[in-house]
Design a protein around this ligand. Structure first.
Ligand code: KIV
Ligand code: ZN
Length: 514
């Protein structure tokens, strides 16, 4: 009989807390909605005590998620943390408080400056307090894999007696080897009284590149929940990658009699959405979601795949939501066909978003003969990640060449006013960014710039992601166009607009409009 492995996604907590991956509440909500479509069993929405922003995000997600996953909030084994977590989670349909404390000798001695007995007491008190708020309580023994096994058994037994319903065993520093981590879980399953009443979970970090292997070994040893992140993002080398665990379980059903609730066709889109929100791309050879994961360059491979895909493909691209590029729409396609195709791609847009996206689609058709699914996704994701308020590009003109100083003139609309400025720079992109800075009065420092062609061909759409620092904040912007300078300008404006939106009142800095 096939048993179910519960997928606990912690992209919004363990993933988001690592440098370069921070998201604002709107972005977290967007990702949370996609995680629902993906079909995760639980999503850890954040660490409410960590900051006001974290608290707001967990509360917003708790309110928004309906008819699906459990929403978890993290709390140290402290009353204030647990109370705050509950405040954020109380409106969730299915709330879970996830409380943790470190149990390894090194953590107890140097980080907590405490003793084993005190940690044991704090565990019981924390679980009981959380239990006072909700039935669903998860307890994690941080750095469990480097914890003395006898002591770990005592802590877990106490947590179960206090009411924990899920016991999580983290390999916090990614130190474990697969068979070693599996043996540890197996031993706990055999030794801890009451463990058969709870779900045992594995939470593996990837410092030695073994997070997925360790998680699978944990499952083999009796764990029935795995904690993971989209694209494997997370502290240092990251967490176990959700897509790799899910596809390993599905592809090797002959060896693992398990399944998950994940709609695998949503995997690629979820991965892309995360990349577009954070501005951090996965490496091309990343398993399952990397650009090369289904590319067959070598002639002998291509030949084999054309004959019978199974020669070199152990899973189909379609099974994870990667479409073999197909021509879908063109110049003569109407709004209805456009809407229908988006729905087929899983994108249900609000009326206003749809109208804006359709205008961009028509403009794209004027410049590009063939429009592929990937083009549509880029075009629409651009709309979805667009800030609510801010500057709209009306006009862009630039000159550049080998022996002239590159200059750019940009005209932007802000509400009903138009603003125009010119700038010179090292190149047309630099010149255009300077002109935008003059208009917005928000000097942004460009930290990262990435350009990629979405599909093949000389008329391919260029997709630009920028990371800028402005007003003490790190902002990610994305833009696409068949013209790479325009895509660059759109990406920069997208980032500037996020800052404008976060400043709340929607007012632009004082300047003379023209
Ligand atoms: O890695 C870890 O130990 C954690 C816990 C808080 C579960 O993230
Ligand atoms: Zn972790």
């Amino acid at each position: 009989m096939t048993e179910r492995i519960l997928i606990f996604d912690t992209t919004l907590r363990d993933g988001e807390q690592s440098p370069g991956y921070s998201m604002n509440t709107k972005e977290k909500l967007e990702l949370a909605r996609q995680l629902m479509r993906l079909g995760v069993d639980m999503m850890e929405a954040g660490f409410p005590i960590a900051s006001q922003d974290d608290f707001e995000a967990v509360r917003a997600i708790a309110r928004a998620v309906r008819g699906g996953p459990i929403v978890a909030g993290l709390a140290r084994a402290k009353d204030v943390d647990i109370d705050r977590a509950w405040e954020a989670l109380m409106h969730a349909e299915r709330p879970r408080i996830h409380t943790f404390i470190a149990t390894s000798e090194i953590h107890i001695k140097y980080k907590l400056k405490s003793t084993q007995e005190e940690v044991l007491e704090a565990t019981v008190a924390a679980v009981k307090r959380a239990k006072g708020y909700t039935e669903d309580v998860e307890f994690s023994a941080e750095d469990a894999h480097r914890t003395d096994q006898d002591y770990l058994c005592r802590v877990i037994e106490a947590a179960i007696k206090a009411g924990a319903t899920t016991i999580n065993i983290p390999d916090t520093v990614g130190y474990g080897l697969p068979w070693e981590f599996g043996d540890r879980i197996r031993d706990l399953m055999n030794r801890v009284p009451g463990i058969e009443r709870v779900i045992v979970s594995a939470h593996c970090h990837n410092d030695l590149g073994l997070a997925v292997a360790n998680s699978l070994e944990a499952v083999r040893a009796g764990a029935r929940q795995v904690e993971c992140t989209v694209n494997g993002i997370g502290e240092r080398a990251g967490n176990a990658a959700l897509e790799e665990i899910v596809m390993a379980v599905r592809t090797r059903k002959d060896f693992m009699r398990f399944d998950t609730s994940i709609r695998t066709e949503e995997i690629y889109r979820t991965s892309k959405l995360l990349q577009s929100i954070t501005g951090v791309s996965v490496q091309p050879n990343k398993a399952i979601v990397g650009a090369n994961a289904f590319a067959h360059e070598a002639g002998i491979h291509q030949h084999g795949v054309l004959q019978t895909p199974l020669t070199y493909e152990i899973m189909t691209p379609e099974s994870v939501g990667v479409s073999r590029s197909q021509l879908v729409l063109g110049k003569h396609s109407g709004r209805h066909a456009f809407k229908k195709r988006l729905e087929e791609l899983g994108l249900a847009l609000e009326e206003e978003e749809l109208n804006k996206a359709f205008v961009r689609f028509k403009a794209l058709c004027d410049r590009k003969k063939e429009v592929f699914d990937e083009d549509l996704l880029a075009l629409v994701e651009g709309e979805l990640t667009l800030a609510d308020r801010g500057y709209v590009l009306e006009h862009l003109q630039f000159t550049s060449g080998t022996n002239i100083i590159p200059t750019a003139t940009v005209r932007l609309r802000y509400n009903d006013e138009a603003f125009q400025e010119s700038g010179c720079g090292d190149g047309p992109v630099d010149a255009a960014y300077k002109a935008i800075d003059l208009i917005s009065k928000i000097p942004g420092r460009l930290l990262e710039y990435n350009l990629r062609a979405i599909t093949g061909g000389k008329d391919a759409v260029g997709d630009v992601t920028v990371v800028i620092e402005a007003d003490g904040k790190r902002l990610v912007g994305r833009g696409s166009s068949t013209d790479v300078i325009e895509a660059s300008v759109r990406a920069y404006l997208n980032a500037v607009n996020k800052l404008v939106a976060s400043q709340g009142d929607g007012k632009r800095a004082e300047t003379d409009g023209r």
